[in-house]
Design a protein around this ligand. Structure first.
Ligand code: DAH
Length: 349
């Protein structure tokens, strides 16, 4: 997946990344470092432990995260680089990259997407030495990110919602009112002090420190800003998509080229122990790749006598670029049925 979409200047993801970096550079000239080429394979320590993510947190499950080797994963968020960059002595940075999650299939979910992480550290002089700096960091975080939202979306109304992340306290989420809807834009908070103190080398001055952090999804912002209806489009090599975007231009409104017709195929089976919806979607993607637009549960029931549960899934096939033939879809669905049985041990009905 080494497409480097976020490093392609005229790609919508590259355009959003550049606009955010430009905002931080304008606000604090020369202060922020911008990383965008850190390797996506990281140690589980970096992805979880160093962020104080509890042992029993769902994100650690192999049903959610891609484990690639002994003690390594495909990062499931760019937060995986916080500790390492602090250890490198960086006190103000963003870090952008591809992140990976096992998930279900629909228009807004794809196993690879892009995030940007941001961190800024303060010293006690910045907050006038009063208290531990939390209030200062939080206030500065809010005004920085409200400013960022306005930089990207124009003069939008912003609101804050309480949240929970293991690595921040307090944790909050920013929402904006855009085109008639409240949309979640990012998660953020005041970095847990253990993470900051455990990693950022102590300054010679011995001054106390406090930091904020945020993380945002580039596809989500780009879909809203440019009006891109399907997350698979980001991976399209089709000129009808790519040629619509220009480096530095946040105003483009995506013009859909004719949508090709979808084709639905339903499939019912008795569940097995290995069955999870994410596993099913992984199998479907393995066979159909980007030709699958959505996998949705349309019916389920349990037979109490047999103690067995049956699910019926609808697989929606549609190409972004061309019409699919019946033969092609039938062949895909046949292979999906075989692989679901072979890999998950379900029993087709
Ligand atoms: N890592 C979080 C996620 O993937 C996003 C996030 C939330 C990052 C809060 C942060 C933060 O740095 O402070 O959903």
């Amino acid at each position: 997946m080494n497409r480097n979409l976020h490093r392609t200047e005229s790609h919508p993801l590259g355009i959003i990344k550049a606009a955010i970096q430009e905002y931080f550079e304008g606000r604090h000239p020369g202060e922020f470092r911008f990383f965008d080429d850190l390797r996506p394979i990281v140690k589980t320590e970096a992805n979880f432990d160093e962020l104080l993510i509890p042992e029993d947190h769902v994100s650690r499950s192999p049903n959610d995260t891609y484990y690639v080797g002994d003690g390594t994963v495909l990062r499931c968020h760019t937060s995986a680089h916080q500790a390492e960059l602090l250890r490198g002595g960086h006190a103000a940075f963003t870090c952008t990259g591809d992140v990976y999650r096992r998930d279900t299939i629909d228009a807004t979910h794809y196993p690879v997407f892009h995030q940007m992480e941001g961190v800024r550290v303060f010293e006690e002089d910045d907050w006038g030495g009063e208290g531990d700096g939390t209030a200062h960091a939080e206030a500065e975080l809010r005004s920085t990110l409200e400013g960022l939202a306005k930089h990207l979306f124009g003069d939008v109304e912003c609101r804050w919602v309480d949240a929970y992340f293991p690595f921040t306290e307090p944790s909050i989420e920013l929402e904006i009112f855009y085109r008639g809807e409240w949309l979640e834009v990012l998660g953020c908070g005041v970095m847990r002090q253990e993470i900051l103190e455990g990693n950022l080398p102590a300054g010679a001055s011995g001054k106390r420190r406090r930091a904020w952090a945020f993380g945002l999804g580039l596809e989500r912002l780009a879909m809203v800003l440019f009006g891109i209806p399907d997350i698979r489009l980001f991976w399209s090599g089709d000129e009808r998509f790519l040629s619509q975007f220009k480096a530095g231009d946040l105003t483009t409104q995506f013009q859909p080229y004719s949508k090709y017709p979808p084709c639905n195929k339903d499939m019912a089976f008795w569940l097995s122990d290995a069955f999870t919806e994410n596993n099913l979607c992984e199998v479907v993607r393995g066979v159909a790749g980007d030709l699958c637009e959505e996998v949705k549960l349309i019916d389920e029931f349990t037979n109490p006598k047999l103690g067995r549960t049956s699910h019926c899934y609808r697989v929606v096939y549609r190409s972004m670029d061309r019409s699919l033939t019946n033969e092609e879809i039938d062949a895909l669905q046949e292979r999906v049925r075989e692989e679901v049985v072979g890999q998950l041990g379900v029993e087709l009905r």
